[in-house]
Design a protein around this ligand. Structure first.
Ligand SMILES: Nc1ncnc2c1ncn2[C@@H]1O[C@H](COP(=O)(O)OP(=O)(O)OP(=O)(O)O)[C@@H](O)[C@H]1O
Ligand SMILES: OC[C@@H](O)[C@@H](O)CO
Length: 538
């Protein structure tokens, strides 16, 4: 008797890892296989530490290896697999030429080289119209900003390219041979979230009308699949002809899988991992376009539904920074402590410290902050220290800073959510769940779904091959039953955090005018140091 054909594979090509995950048609996760992702910060050749780049060929090789790894874990995977789908890290610029080869390494969403171009374009008179079409504030992460910057300063890259991909589009191209992108990244970068098509207004506002031929066809992976090509079949161990669906960007795939839209009113979804993504599902005509022109509007693979999004450049990266401080110091004195050992102490440090004593602004990223305000020079600050504060207090302040940043983001999108579905590394921590619930004054629920991003794109494939009549039917089976019990906010903590939030925003507004000056100072110091170093005889 042959085995059933009952497996859908979701691929999530993330910034830290690339995963291939097998689900059965009812949404149960069967196995997963991961390969550590590799990228480079800084560019020695051009002497900029603002670059963040990734090799295209390596990315595809890693993806294929994750798929083969999955094949090693699931017997008869190739024969059982009815479809696969791919999502990946968002933003960034992945250029290929006519032969389908990489034009240099990809610029990732972490790349901040486009900062001066973002500055100029944001002040142009056409920028508001661009924002109203895309629903998305311009920042250095985005392909539109990066291509505009390349057009000014690295013209050869665009001259050599024939297609501009996002990460998942590059993987999809390797799987199928088709040059395409999805409605979510196409519309928040170059289009209109209402029509899910490219917009001339937006492309012109970015000054890229003469580069329009680089933008690939837009296809919706919940409606259309493309056969796996023989070359990819060989590389991945899957069967040629297996239907492949192009997923949407990871931010909405994760949210879809974790429960951003299950039909209940007022729910929201936050992914608090390395970065913080805060989102609510609304109808396209209910989008609240803020005066500051920040945030993203990202389409969902369901008719007329979009997510309104504010993202923090760094979330738990702030925590990692603080833990690394301690680990480095201990190492200097001969004691090795792992990240996991440190993380295991967090709940203990939280238990013995008092809430709401310090203000921490979690802008630790070298690319500054992008939600709910955009400022590439924004940096972290810690306010209110006295001599009785120790390391545990620092950790508490950082964690509370993440709660405050989440509240700041939801405040820019209208009312606080009535229920928060939480995913990402933070969902594993009691302390973080409690702080987030009290910061937003809303119950927090965590899905048992281990790989929400991969599940989200697998759901699109499931709908595309007709395993479900529509996305709502798929959600009812894959998402709703996996939501854990709501964890209510602590009322005392909620009151304190509401006061802390006031100090958080006021002190931030007071500090903001100084970020630019500090950035200038750092740049001058770097220049002086470079000059001095040149004078030192080798
Ligand atoms: N129990 C915990 N408490 C607090 N923070 C945690 C805990 N476990 C993990 N983290 C933090 O979560 C982060 C990892 O989050 P996650 O697993 O969502 O990965 P990511 O790098 O954000 O994901 P992706 O690869 O999809 O971009 C790390 O910064 C880590 O410090
Ligand atoms: O800017 C996009 C980014 O936050 C994520 O998509 C990374 O995975």
């Amino acid at each position: 008797m042959g085995r059933p054909c009952d497996i859908i594979i979701g691929i999530d090509a993330g910034t830290s890892v690339i995963k291939a995950v097998a689900f059965d048609l009812q949404g149960t996760q069967l196995a997963s296989s991961a390969v550590r992702n590799r990228y480079q910060m800084g560019d020695a050749a051009s002497g900029t530490n603002r670059a963040a780049t990734q090799n295209l060929a390596q990315t595809w090789a890693d993806c294929a290896s994750a798929l083969r790894g999955l094949g090693d874990k699931v017997e008869g995977l190739a024969a059982r697999c009815v479809a696969l789908s791919v999502t990946g890290q968002g933003d960034g610029t992945w250029l290929i030429d006519a032969a389908g080869e990489a034009v240099g390494d990809a610029w990732l969403w972490l790349d901040a080289r486009a900062a001066p171009t973002v500055e100029t374009l944001s002040q142009s008179p056409q920028n508001r119209a661009r924002f109203e079409a895309t629903g998305t504030g311009l920042n250095t992460c985005q392909q539109g900003a990066q291509m505009a910057h390349m057009d000014r300063h690295h013209r050869d890259l665009l001259d050599r390219a024939t297609t501009a991909f996002h990460c998942k589009d590059w993987v999809f191209f390797n799987l199928t041979g088709l040059r395409a992108t999805d409605p979510s990244e196409a519309s928040f970068t170059f289009g209109d979230f209402r029509t899910r098509q490219y917009s001339d207004t937006v492309i012109e506002a970015l000054g890229l009308a003469h580069r329009r031929a680089l933008l690939p066809e837009i296809i919706d992976g919940s409606r259309r699949t493309v056969p796996l090509c023989p070359r990819a079949a060989l590389a991945s161990g899957l069967r040629a002809g297996t239907p492949v669906s192009l997923g949407y960007v990871d931010m909405v795939m994760t949210a879809l899988g974790a429960g951003v839209h299950t039909g209940d009113a007022g729910t929201a979804c936050s992914t608090v991992g390395s970065t913080g993504v805060h989102m609510r599902a609304v109808h396209a005509d209910q989008v609240h376009l803020n005066a500051a022109g920040t945030g993203y509007v990202i389409c969902l693979p369901a008719p007329d539904l979009v997510t309104q999004v504010q993202t923090n450049m760094a979330a738990t990266l702030n925590l990692d920074w603080a833990l690394e401080l301690a680990a480095t110091l201990l190492a200097e004195f001969g004691t090795q402590v792992t990240h996991a050992q440190m993380v295991a102490r967090i709940d203990d440090w939280m238990a013995r410290t008092t809430p709401a004593q310090l203000v921490y602004h979690p802008y630790i990223s070298k690319a500054g902050e992008r939600g709910p305000f955009i400022d590439a020079e924004a940096r972290a600050s810690l306010i209110g220290l006295s001599s009785d504060h120790g390391f545990a207090e620092l950790i508490r302040a950082v964690i509370e800073g993440l709660g405050m940043a989440a509240r700041d983001c939801y405040s820019a999108m209208g009312a606080m959510p009535r229920e928060l579905r939480l995913t990402g590394g933070a969902a594993r921590s009691n302390a973080l769940r409690g702080v987030l619930a009290a910061s937003l004054n809303t119950p927090v629920r965590v899905s048992q779904r281990a790989e929400a991003g991969a599940a989200g794109c697998a759901m699109m494939a499931a709908v595309a091959i007709g395993a479900y009549g529509d996305m709502d039917a798929c959600i009812a089976q894959w998402v709703t039953p996996l939501l854990g019990a709501p964890e209510a906010p602590d009322p005392t903590l909620t009151r304190r955090y509401s006061q802390l939030f006031d100090s958080y925003t006021r002190s931030r507004d007071a500090l903001a005018p100084h970020w630019g000056g500090l950035a200038q100072l750092r740049a001058n110091t770097r220049r002086t140091r470079d000059v001095l170093q040149k004078d030192i005889p080798q």
